[in-house]
Design a protein around this ligand. Structure first.
Ligand SMILES: C[S@@+](CC[C@H](N)C(=O)[O-])C[C@H]1O[C@@H](n2cnc3c(N)ncnc32)[C@H](O)[C@@H]1O
Length: 305
């Protein structure tokens, strides 16, 4: 196990192709489950009233729905849908919504599908699936990649990339596909970690600043400036950008530090010790990188014109 995990970490830093990303998630999503107590795969939005990662993740999910004005949409394509828990929350909150969950990981999609059929996720996400009317006709699973999405032109009102677009490569191809699939005035909504504009000047200083974070942040390192220029090039109007790193990195690291003993003993039942050390160090590093203004976390809304 030690060897295969080390190999995977090395490939995910150096090569970072789609196959490596799928392997990273298939190998480590259980680690997330141990650390958070649920099947959501995002960092969460932390405010004073939040006491654990699962609550923070649900809060970020709700915030994303409000930010994307999901109340005025009927069809959403959720690209990088994880275990479809965000989609379940959204169809629970917005009664007119139908969601297509597109994910490159077949394993996650299968697990999501069987959870829904068995009514499973209720305990882990504080959601009663029985209270979602017509659930089987409102959530659909598609195994594909962000750069080639099997949808008709101008067929959906929103495309959501909820903490997933940091993996999409090439980003321009995803934006192009989104433009094709969205109806006119449709919205592309993204939540993602980004490099701050100042730090994307030199690739070397970027890796240096990220340090051990480059190990766990096995994704592309986009900046808002880069995203903005790709969106404008493809006919999108950038309607809103919100920087919310303050509510993400610091409190998440703080939670981990305060609960480390308990988390370490749970994690090391299934994973080698060094992995927990990497996780701990990268949490701390992430906070430092945010405090030094190397990274941030953004919500982006772009409208198709
Ligand atoms: C950080 S997780 C977020 C999942 C989910 N949005 C959530 O909050 O629980 C990123 C997701 O993107 C998916 N993903 C990564 N690269 C992808 C790609 N190129 N196309 C589609 N999905 C992708 C991963 O399998 C994973 O489900």
């Amino acid at each position: 196990m030690l060897r295969s995990i080390l190999g995977l970490i090395i490939l995910s830093i150096i090569r970072r192709n789609e196959h490596d990303i799928v392997n990273v998630y298939d190998t480590f999503s259980n680690l997330m489950r141990i650390a958070t107590g649920g099947k959501l795969l995002n960092f969460g939005y932390w405010t004073k009233d939040i006491t654990n990662p699962l609550q923070a993740q649900i809060q970020l999910t709700k915030l994303f729905g409000v930010y994307g004005s999901f109340d005025t949409a009927q069809t959403i394509l959720d690209v990088g849908s994880g275990f479809s828990i965000p989609a379940l929350h959204w169809i629970h909150s917005y009664s007119n919504l139908k969601i297509y969950c597109l994910n490159i990981s077949l394993k996650q999609l299968k697990s999501a599908n069987s959870d829904i059929l068995r009514n499973q996720p209720s305990e882990s996400v504080n959601l009663n699936l029985n209270s979602i009317p017509n659930i089987y006709n409102r959530i659909f699973h598609i195994n594909s990649t962000s750069t080639s999405m099997p949808f008709r032109n101008e067929s959906v009102e929103r495309i959501a990339a909820f903490e997933s677009a940091q993996h999409f490569k090439p980003m321009a191809q995803f934006i192009h596909e989104s433009n094709r699939i969205l109806k006119n005035s449709g919205q592309l909504i993204m939540a993602m970690p980004v490099m701050t504009n100042d730090s994307d000047l030199m690739p070397f200083s970027k890796s240096y600043n990220l340090g051990i974070l480059a190990v766990t942040w096995a994704s592309e390192h986009y900046s808002v400036r880069m995203l903005e220029s790709l969106l404008l090039k493809d006919g999108f109007e950038l309607s809103k950008v919100e920087y919310i790193g303050e509510n993400i990195y610091g409190p998440l690291a703080e939670f981990y530090i305060q609960n480390r003993d308990k988390l370490r003993s749970e994690i090391t039942k299934e994973y080698p010790k060094f992995l927990e050390i990497i996780l701990y160090k990268s949490m701390v590093k992430m906070k430092v990188a945010f405090d030094r203004n190397f990274i941030d976390y953004v919500l982006i809304k772009a409208i198709k014109r």
